[in-house]
Design a protein around this ligand. Structure first.
Ligand code: Q9C
Ligand code: ZN
Length: 342
């Protein structure tokens, strides 16, 4: 399987994040991508393709221009104001306030373009995110050139980043960027299957009104699980996108069989949509040993995930999302890919 690895991912490196009011070591750390990359190489799956540089054309169809402009310059602005370490938002335009006027104040702009304080923005965040987007665009190009599958190994992850906001460790939505690129390269319909433990609220936000990109997500019930404010089953899409959004929330602690039952429902809906290409938001934080998630998939369950995805018989681009703090994430990603190839 062609592998597109972002050698610049380590530029995004935060020491801390805030968790339950405390500064704790960041869960979303560079070792994650290194573990996955090493495991992919060890398994002989690393048919490496260097990422090609791409301009902002596709990014501008997925994110707003003011958001991209903000993100590109955010850390420099923070540093010029005397900021040290990572920048965190602290104030947000909540209901009844105005998000249409962009303040000039940096802290205010951080809040305007984010939805949580759990996503440290560091000196190298833009570099890592933007080169990650190049990896996603390269993956889409490979599929368009006839590859049956490819995998994008990058971080920070992407599926929580919406049209004009970051959050959930995500800044640019790599899976959405890949899906848009596949559309632009001639796929009439693209499906995105999000198997990360957390709802892909950013991806849903980006495609909610569109009938050309189907989004299906299996995730912890937002009543108790992050990102809390999106991901319910009654969110089915809007206007042209009505019927093209499928949320399959499961209670925290759901069994492996419940999870695979949801995957069957999602797969069936994707089959009915008849996509020309599939993008998989591949989070392996569904693993029983994940430190911040509550599903129970074991190492031996991940090949089944890949096998079920392969049965959709569609050109498939895997994009790395979550999976935290345990070296097993490398083996779990490999297991999905091997199950797919089998
Ligand atoms: N500090 C992804 O899996 N914070 N994002 C949870 C732990 C947010 C997860 C509390 C988790 C975001 C891509
Ligand atoms: Zn996640």
């Amino acid at each position: 399987m062609k592998t597109i690895y972002n050698a610049a991912h380590g530029a995004h490196r935060a020491e801390y994040e805030f968790f339950r009011g405390e500064k704790v070591p960041a869960f979303e750390k560079p070792e994650r991508a290194d573990w996955v990359h090493a495991a992919v190489q060890r398994a002989g799956l690393g048919d490496a393709v260097p990422p090609q540089a791409h301009d902002d054309t596709v990014l501008l169809k997925v994110h707003t221009e003011p958001y991209l402009d903000f993100l590109r310059g955010a850390y420099e602005t923070f540093a010029a104001l005397g900021g040290v370490g990572a920048a965190f938002p602290s104030v947000w335009p909540i209901r009844g306030m105005r998000a249409d006027r962009e303040p000039t104040n940096f802290a205010a702009r951080m809040g305007r373009y984010s939805f949580d304080s759990g996503s440290p923005l560091t000196a190298g965040t833009w570099l890592a995110a933007r080169t990650g987007a190049n990896c996603a665009l390269t993956g889409a190009a490979l599929l368009s050139a006839g590859e049956r599958s490819a995998v994008v190994l990058t971080r920070p992850p992407g599926h929580h980043a919406g049209r004009d906001f970051f959050g959930g460790y995500c800044f640019l939505n790599n899976a959405a960027i890949a899906a848009q690129a596949l559309r632009d390269r001639g796929c009439a319909r693209v499906a995105i299957l999000d198997v990360d433990y957390h709802h892909g609220n950013g991806t849903q936000d980006i495609f909610y009104d569109r009938g050309d990109v189907f989004f299906a997500s299996i995730h912890g019930d937002p009543l108790t699980e992050y990102p809390f404010f999106l991901g319910h089953a009654d969110e089915t899409g809007r206007s042209a996108g009505e019927g093209c959004n499928l949320n399959l929330p499961l209670p925290a602690g759901a069994s492996v069989e419940q999870w695979f039952a949801a995957l069957r429902v999602g797969s069936e809906a994707i089959r009915r949509f008849r996509p020309d290409a599939l993008v998989v938001s591949l989070g392996v934080d569904t693993f029983e040993g994940d430190p911040i998630s509550h599903f129970q998939l074991r190492v031996s369950d991940f090949p089944r995930v890949g096998h079920a995805i392969a049965s959709l018989a569609c050109p498939t681009l895997f994009v790395l999302e979550g999976g935290y703090a345990v070296q097993e994430i490398g083996g779990n990603v490999v297991a999905v890919l091997q199950g797919f190839l089998r």
